[in-house]
Design a protein around this ligand. Structure first.
Ligand SMILES: [Zn+2]
Length: 93
């Protein structure tokens, strides 16, 4: 991998700019384990997506609105469609 971790993180942050995220929750997003994503060769954009899902999962749990059908499903309780797990591989573009 040619890119440094710092450069990779810059791209992760840039990807977050395209997501709608309350600024107050940045610290929660910051608690995500980016390093292991980087080490696993995950693309910055996909890591941002995963961190976002991780955050939603935590947030739903806080509100007691997390999905009860599947563990690690990041969608809110009684969501439509199929469950989506946080670590589930993202669709190829
Ligand atoms: Zn679900």
């Amino acid at each position: 991998m040619a890119e440094s971790y710092e450069k990779w993180m810059d791209e992760v942050r840039a990807a977050f700019d395209s997501l709608i995220l309350p600024a107050a929750h940045w610290h929660a997003i910051g608690a995500f384990d980016y390093r292991s994503e980087y080490d696993a060769g995950v693309k910055p954009k996909d890591a941002a997506m995963k961190a976002n899902r991780h955050w939603w999962h935590e947030w739903n749990q806080t509100l007691n609105q997390d999905c009860l059908k599947t563990e690690d499903c990041w969608l809110p309780r009684n969501h439509g469609g199929q469950c989506q797990q946080i670590g589930e591989s993202l669709p190829k573009r």
